[in-house]
Ligand binder design. Structure first.
Ligand code: UD1
Length: 338
């Protein structure tokens, strides 16, 4: 069964390709290489023994998207990761984000709408909840006004899919709202490759420990949380990748109750920034150089998932602990250093 994975050479995309191939799916990757490297294909082949097909396509090129679906008319499912994801950059380049994240989504859905039946998994984010009023966050929590163009593209993206599904019975879609993906494949053959200075916590920690950064700035210790630092739900990227396979199988096996569904994908456990640092220190056996600085504008205080719906309806559960996730991120960093 052929599955298209857009953005399949990226961080979450590449781990999902591995899990799809492990389940016997034939994968075709579309990636424009704007934030990924072609040699990720080697890593995927190393782990699975199989090299996925790869098409270098910029999804903003509508004709190329049309050509793709003409050539690969037998694609039975699409997992759509391709998108820009830097929150800060999105504030400075909003139109780039709306073009990369929304226009491309529309082009894909236009092509899928021509098919007799289509199955679509969308990369959404817990960012749609903003600062939720209650923890843990269920899928029923209201979607709050986005704090950045990036966050807005996830909200609008979900609406575009929902509205399309409403009038298009042949379209089946699931949005997965990820909490904070971290870690790398246990083989250390693929992992996260942030461009430039990492904005996310775990890549910054491992680069600091490796000596590539002087010290980690912890953004605020005066929040209303047990140790004063922000709390997030850090999920191992392999667990997250597996959630995509399970969601896709739900659609392929026609087990979905409605033709558009939404699931939180997290561990259900909140960890503070200091807890993540301590986890790193424990699994790596080294002290991390860090200092407390002012709060980062736009950060929510606390966000962790209620995963009951994913556990019960999808039959999926995150397995890895925070320590396992952080250790895999560190192993990966040591591998790419060498
Ligand atoms: C952000 C995005 C989210 C996106 C995710 C992964 C928002 C509101 N959320 O999540 O949509 O899916 O990135 O790309 O923009 N921290 C430090 N020092 C650092 C870096 C981070 O203390 O150098 C702290 C932050 O204040 C936060 C936690 O670590 O409390 C996690 O930060 P980060 O990894 O950037 O993820 P989020 O901001 O939660």
């Amino acid at each position: 069964m052929k599955i298209l994975v857009t953005g399949g050479l990226g961080f979450i995309g590449s781990h999902t390709v591995v899990e799809l191939q492990n389940e016997g799916f034939e994968v075709i990757i579309i990636d424009d290489l704007s934030n990924a490297n072609e040699n990720v294909l080697d890593g995927i082949e190393h782990i699975t023994g199989k090299r996925p097909l790869f098409e270098k396509i910029d999804l903003r090129d509508k004709h190329k998207v049309q050509d793709f679906f003409r050539i690969y008319a037998d694609v039975e499912g699409v997992i759509h990761f391709a998108a820009s994801k830097a929150v800060g950059e999105s504030v400075n380049k909003p139109l780039l984000y709306y073009e990369n994240n929304i226009v491309t989504l529309v082009y894909l859905l236009q092509e899928l709408s021509k098919k007799e039946k289509s199955n679509f998994i969308f990369s959404s984010s817990c960012t749609v909840y903003g600062q939720a009023d209650r923890m843990p966050i269920t899928e029923e929590a209201p979607v709050k006004g986005a704090l950045s163009p990036y966050g807005n593209t996830k909200q609008i993206g979900e609406e575009v899919i929902r509205d399309t599904c409403q009038i298009q019975a042949s379209m089946n879609a699931i949005s997965l709202r990820y909490f904070n993906p971290v870690g790398a494949h246990p083989s250390a053959a693929i992992g996260e490759l942030p461009l430039g200075v990492p904005q996310n916590l775990v890549p910054f920690i491992v680069q600091t420990a490796m000596g590539q950064r002087d010290e980690l700035s912890v953004f605020g210790d005066d929040y209303d949380t047990p140790d004063g630092t922000c709390v997030r739900d850090y999920i191992h990227v392999v667990d997250l990748a597996k959630a995509h396979v399970v969601a896709l199988q739900r659609l392929l096996q026609k087990k979905n109750k409605e033709n558009y569904e939404v699931f939180n994908i997290g561990t259900g456990t909140g960890s503070s920034v200091l807890e993540v640092i301590h986890s790193f220190e424990q699994v790596s056996g080294q002290k991390l150089n860090y200092k407390i600085v002012d709060r980062r504008p736009g950060d929510v205080t606390i966000a962790y998932a209620d995963t009951t719906k994913a556990n019960e309806v999808l039959g999926w559960k995150a397995r890895s602990t925070l320590d396992e996730a952080i250790k895999s991120a560190w192993d990966w960093q040591c591998t790419i250093k060498n």
